[in-house]
Write a protein that binds this ligand. Structure first.
Ligand code: LLP
Length: 429
């Protein structure tokens, strides 16, 4: 988060004042730093250079066309999970040949679209799906569908029960023990091209151990399948966690700050734990980071509407709601909240809440903040990943505008929705 900092007391994204952006474009407003995203991309490639990996940015984290095209120009591939995401990538100038197509529930139409576009591979999550892909490919004579099985290695990882994916209690992937037989069964099928093998164990992982455990468990299987079926790549998924606490104060990139109580993975540790296990594999290595690339590159800017006190609590009502950023409500996720302007002296303890008609519409409980007044702006940090992409129109609230900052330049990369946009397609009875 080194490109998001205070200058003269006021919050800036790269060379641009956040207050000025809020004045000009209104709130709630998503603001992203292009330089931070590119830095994260290059640093990840840098620490893993011994593996020369193909980074396939996980589009679901933030699918704005401007961010996709920024990464496409940097050489990134993409991990997509729907026909819509694939179309977005193509619209942004991404190459389908660098796209892997994941998801437990691909429809036949989506499979057809992936085949037509020429994706690198489908990441297959069940035997039935594999049969369906073969069938769809069979309809197009001479088309072989590139596939990789998504293996569930049964390793627990991830910051929250709702985002762990790599155990047998989850719906994702094919159980480790079944994988070899399914490759064997598919190997004679002329409609399929067995191209790779994939795993993804969870999200917001802040320790090296789960990655190492899963990769170590996978490598012997991967080697065997490489030799038997000529697999070209091993995709180790995404999941690298970021720092949400103290994200700004670190003054560095934020993600690898070591908070007092908890020890976080460093980027070098992540690399070290993987490079030694993977460098002799003689296969292409793929990664699917989402949060790591964009999480700490973005913030949600909001304005204080009202303050009030009950017998028990002080509330700060802001103009952003859970529909704009659902992570605190859905996962009890912590996002640092900071005044955008120069912080006033003193401190208050307050619940920062949105205007949506739900008790769960809370960005932070009992937060210690400098005193704020009506009209002040607050920045909800680390909102670049799974922020806008999970936003909804609940309460008929138009979604915020999105701004991408690069150096001293700020560009609207998505206009604020208008109410009329929200009932487009509806009919009066
Ligand atoms: N690859 C696959 C197959 C995935 O399912 C995901 C995320 C990723 C890669 C990227 O994971 P990342 O590097 O971003 O951790 N909405 C939740 C996170 C859900 C993650 C879903 N899958 C949140 O806001 O924390």
């Amino acid at each position: 988060m080194h490109r998001i900092q205070r200058k003269g007391g006021e919050l800036h994204v790269e060379g641009v004042s956040v207050e000025a952006l809020a004045d000009r474009y209104g709130t709630p407003l998503y603001v992203y730093s292009a330089g931070t995203i590119l830095d994260h991309y290059r640093r990840l490639r840098g620490v893993l250079r011994a593996l020369n990996p193909l980074i396939c940015y996980s589009v679901k984290a933030n699918s704005n066309l401007a961010i996709l095209s920024l990464l496409a120009r940097a050489g990134s591939g993409f991990d997509v999970v729907s026909g819509g995401e694939l179309e977005r990538v193509r619209k942004a100038g991404g190459k389908p040949a660098k796209c892997v197509y994941a998801g437990v529930g691909k429809t036949e139409e989506e499979i057809e679209a992936g085949l037509r576009a020429g994706v690198k591979a489908f990441h297959v999550e069940s035997e039935e799906e594999l049969h369906t892909i073969a069938m769809v490919a069979g309809r197009k004579r001479g088309r072989r569908a590139p596939v990789a099985l998504r293996v569930n290695p049964d390793v627990a990882a991830g910051g929250h029960a709702k985002i762990t994916t790599g155990t047998y209690a989850n719906k994702f992937g094919i159980p480790f023990e079944q994988v070899a037989a399914i490759y064997r069964g598919a190997s004679g099928d002329r409609r399929l091209h067995l191209r790779g093998i994939q795993m993804h164990i969870g999200s917001q992982i802040t320790q090296a151990a789960p990655f190492r455990a899963a990769v170590r468990k996978m490598v012997p299987l991967v080697e065997r399948l490489r030799d038997r079926h000529g697999l070209e790549y091993f995709d180790i998924g995404g999941g690298v966690g970021i720092v949400y606490q103290d994200a700004l104060a670190s003054g560095r990139d934020g993600w690898w700050k070591t908070p007092k109580a908890q020890r976080f993975l460093t980027l070098n540790e992540y690399a070290l734990s993987l490079v030694s296990l993977l460098r002799n594999l003689k296969m292409q290595i793929l990664l699917e980071p989402g949060r790591f690339l964009v999480g700490n590159a973005g913030m949600l800017v909001t304005e204080v509407l009202y303050r009030k006190r009950t017998g028990q609590k002080h509330f700060t009502v802001v103009d952003a709601g859970m529909n704009d950023l659902i992570r605190p409500t859905l996962y009890e996720a912590f996002h640092q909240i900071e005044p955008v302007g120069k912080p006033r002296p003193g401190a208050i303890s307050t619940d920062v809440v949105g205007p949506v008609c739900e008790s769960g519409d809370v960005f932070g409980h009992d937060r210690t903040l400098p005193p704020v007044e009506r009209g002040d702006r607050l920045a909800i940090l680390s909102a670049g990943a799974y922020g806008f992409s999970m936003a909804s129109n609940y309460n008929t609230r138009p979604r915020p505008a999105e701004i991408l900052v690069s150096g001293n330049r700020a560009r609207v990369v998505r206009s604020r929705e208008r109410a009329a946009d929200l009932w487009r397609g509806e009919r009066r009875s």
